[in-house]
Design a binder for this molecule. Structure first.
Ligand SMILES: [Fe+2]
Ligand SMILES: [Fe+2]
Ligand SMILES: [Fe+2]
Ligand SMILES: [Fe+2]
Length: 431
C-alpha cells in the first residue's frame, strides 16, 4: 500500500495550537527508554529547529502577504513542536549522556542514509562524514566514563561500537575543501533531497547542542574537547549543505522542508516502540501533512509547476534506526585513510599534495595540543588503556588502524602515537 503525502489533508493549521501543559509535560526515563527512541527524539528536534529557522529566513526575504501569513502561523507551530520533542529529555540526563545520543544518531543515521542513497557521490560523502562522527563517539565515551562514571553502553545499549576511527585532530580541514559538488535539482531523486536535508538538520543541531552546552563542564580539557568537536560539526554542516542545489527557489525549498518533515515523522511513527512517543509522532505527522499541502499550493501558484516533479508521489524512509556495526566496521577498515581531495573529490593520505591546504589549518588549531588526543592520554593514565566497546577482532586491529588513519604531517604535539597505543591495547578495560 503506497502513501502519497500530497493526497493527504492532515490537521488544519488553525487546530495546531496546544496548551503549555500539552506542549511541555512529557519526558522519558533515560535508562529505560530504547536507545533508538532517544535517537529519533534527538533527530526530530533537529528537524524542527531547521523547519523553524528556514521559515524565519524565508519570511525575511519575501513581501508576498499570503506567504508571510502562512510562515507566521507555521513557524510558531514548528517551534511548539520543537519544545515538545526536545523537552522529552529528562532533567537527569547529563550533557555527556545526551552527547553520546547525538553521536549515536550521527553514526547510525548516516550509515542508514548511505545504504539508501541512489547518488554514488552523495553516498561517498556520507561514508566520509560517518567515520568522523564515529571517532567523536569514541572520544566522548571516554569523558562520560571519566566525568560521570557512566558505562557508555547504558546509553548506546550495545547497538553502536565505541572504537577509534579517523582521529579527530585530522578532521580539521580548510573549510573551502569541505565544499562538495551539488546535485542537479532537475535530475536528483526525491530520496537524495530528503536524505541530505535530514542529515544537514541533524548535524546542525549537533553543532548547536555542543555550542550551547560544552561550557557547562569545569574540566578544561573536556571544555576544549567540546570546542574542538563542535568545530568539526560546523565543517559537517558546510560539507553536507553544499550537496544541495543552491538554485532551488525558496518555494521549492519550502516544499522539500515540509516533505522531509512528513517523511521523518512517518518513519518515526512506523518504527516507534515507546508508548509516550508514538502518539506524538502520529499527531505531528498530521500537522506536517497540512504544512505540506499549503507549501504545495504556494509552489504551484508561484512557480507554475507540479510539486510531484520535485518530491515525487511516495513516502521516503530517511531515518530508520538499527544497529549498523557491520557496515561501519567495513567503512572503517577500508576508508580510515581517506581525505578531502582538492577537486571536490577524495584522496588517500599518501596521495595528498605537499601543500594540501588543510595541513595549515591543522597546524594552527592544534598548535597547543589537540584536546581529543589529551583525552586518550588522560584515560590511559587512569586506567592503563582507553575504553573500547567492539568485537575482539576490531579491538585487536585498533593499533594498526590508527597507524593507517593518522596523517604523518601536521600532527598535534600531544598526539597519542600508534606506539603508545600498541602498549595501551594490551590491557583490558575494567569499568
Ligand atoms: Fe514541524
Ligand atoms: Fe560528531
Ligand atoms: Fe557530525
Ligand atoms: Fe512543518
Amino acid at each position: 500500500m503506497s502513501f502519497n503525502p500530497l493526497k493527504e489533508k492532515g490537521v488544519s493549521l488553525s487546530k495546531q495550537l496546544r496548551s503549555w501543559h500539552d506542549i511541555a509535560h512529557r519526558k522519558f526515563n533515560k535508562y529505560g527508554v530504547d536507545c533508538y527512541t532517544r535517537t529519533r527524539q534527538i533527530l526530530m528536534n533537529g528537524i524542527e529547529v531547521e523547519a523553524w529557522n528556514f521559515k524565519h529566513h524565508f519570511a525575511r526575504t519575501t513581501d508576498d502577504d499570503e506567504t508571510k501569513e502562512f510562515l507566521a502561523m507555521a513557524k510558531r507551530i514548528e517551534d511548539m513542536q520543537q519544545t515538545t520533542v526536545n523537552w522529552l529529555t529528562p532533567s537527569d540526563q547529563s550533557v555527556l549522556e545526551t552527547t553520546l545520543g547525538y553521536e549515536q544518531v550521527a553514526v547510525d543515521l548516516t550509515a542508514w542514509l548511505a545504504q539508501n542513497e541512489p547518488d554514488a557521490y552523495v553516498r561517498e560523502t556520507f561514508d566520509f562524514g560517518l567515520l568522523e562522527d564515529f571517532d567523536h563517539l569514541y572520544r566522548y565515551s571516554q569523558w562520560a566514563y571519566m566525568e560521570h562514571g557512566v558505562d557508555p553502553d547504558d546509553i548506546l545499549q550495545n547497538q553502536t561500537d565505541v572504537m577509534l576511527s579517523r582521529p579527530t585532530q585530522n578532521h580539521h580541514n580548510d573549510n573551502v575543501l569541505r565544499l562538495r559538488k551539488h546535485y542537479d535539482k532537475a535530475t536528483a531523486s526525491p530520496q537524495t533531497k530528503v536524505n541530505i536535508l535530514t542529515l544537514v538538520s541533524g548535524e546542525q543541531q549537533t553543532h548547536n547542542y555542543y555550542a550551547e552546552h560544552g561550557m557547562e563542564y569545569g574540566n578544561e580539557c573536556l571544555r576544549e574537547t567540546y570546542a574542538e568537536i563542535k568545530d568539526v560539526e560546523e565543517e559537517h554542516v558546510t560539507m553536507y549543505e553544499s550537496l544541495i542545489d543552491p538554485t532551488e527557489s525558496l518555494y521549492e525549498k519550502l516544499l522539500i522542508h515540509e516533505f522531509t518533515e512528513v517523511c521523518t515523522y512517518y518513519n518515526c511513527m512506523e518504527d516507534e516502540v515507546d508508548d509516550i512517543l508514538k502518539p506524538i509522532w502520529e499527531e505531528f505527522l498530521d500537522y506536517e501533512l497540512a504544512h505540506l499541502a499549503v507549501a504545495a499550493e504556494l509552489f504551484k501558484k508561484h512557480e507554475n509547476r507540479d510539486p510531484e516533479e520535485v518530491i515525487g508521489s511516495e513516502i521516503i524512509y530517511p531515518c530508520h534506526f538499527e544497529s549498523q556495526k557491520e557496515y561501519v566496521s567495513n567503512i572503517l577498515e577500508n576508508e580510515i585513510d581517506k581525505r578531502l581531495g582538492v577537486k571536490k573529490d577524495y584522496s588517500k593520505i599518501e596521495n595528498l599534495p605537499e601543500e594540501w591546504s588543510s595541513y595549515k589549518v591543522q597546524e594552527k588549531v592544534s598548535s597547543d595540543g589537540a584536546p581529543t588526543e589529551m583525552t586518550i592520554h588522560l584515560i590511559s593514565k587512569q586506567k592503563d588503556r582507553d575504553l573500547l566497546i567492539t568485537s575482539d577482532k576490531l579491538a585487536k586491529a585498533a593499533p594498526k588502524l590508527l597507524e593507517k588513519g593518522l596523517e604523518p604531517k601536521a600532527q598535534a604535539p600531544d598526539t597519542f602515537t600508534p606506539e603508545e597505543y600498541k602498549k595501551a591495547a594490551l590491557q583490558k578495560f575494567e569499568m
